[in-house]
Design a protein around this ligand. Structure first.
Ligand SMILES: [Zn+2]
Length: 99
């Protein structure tokens, strides 16, 4: 599938009829959401990337209200991911003592 926002929106609209996957409310201005958030793939190399994240099965319709809630959670987890990434870097920089 070509990853084009408008095409995907049209596709998801036909699939889910604009009904929120969380609360079932219809929202004409629904958000197309990635069930497994794409940021989980953020620090991966091309070889290690899990392309199923870009699959239509990883897309869901969310009303604006639920999307906002989910984004809030995601932002928190992304911050955590960044913190962990920094930690890993520090560990890598430590000289290896036992050879
Ligand atoms: Zn909702």
């Amino acid at each position: 599938m070509i990853y084009d926002g408008k095409t995907i929106r049209d596709y998801i609209r036909k699939r889910d009829y604009g009904e929120c996957a969380y609360c079932g409310d219809y929202d004409a201005r629904f958000q197309v959401d990635h069930i497994k958030p794409l940021y989980e793939q953020k620090y991966k190399t091309t070889k290690k990337v899990d392309w199923s994240y870009w699959d239509e099965r990883n897309l869901q319709t969310l009303c604006r209200k639920c999307h906002k809630e989910k984004t809030k959670e995601d932002v928190g987890r992304l911050a955590e991911l960044k913190r962990n990434k920094k930690k890993v870097k520090i560990i890598e920089k430590k000289p290896l003592l036992c050879h």
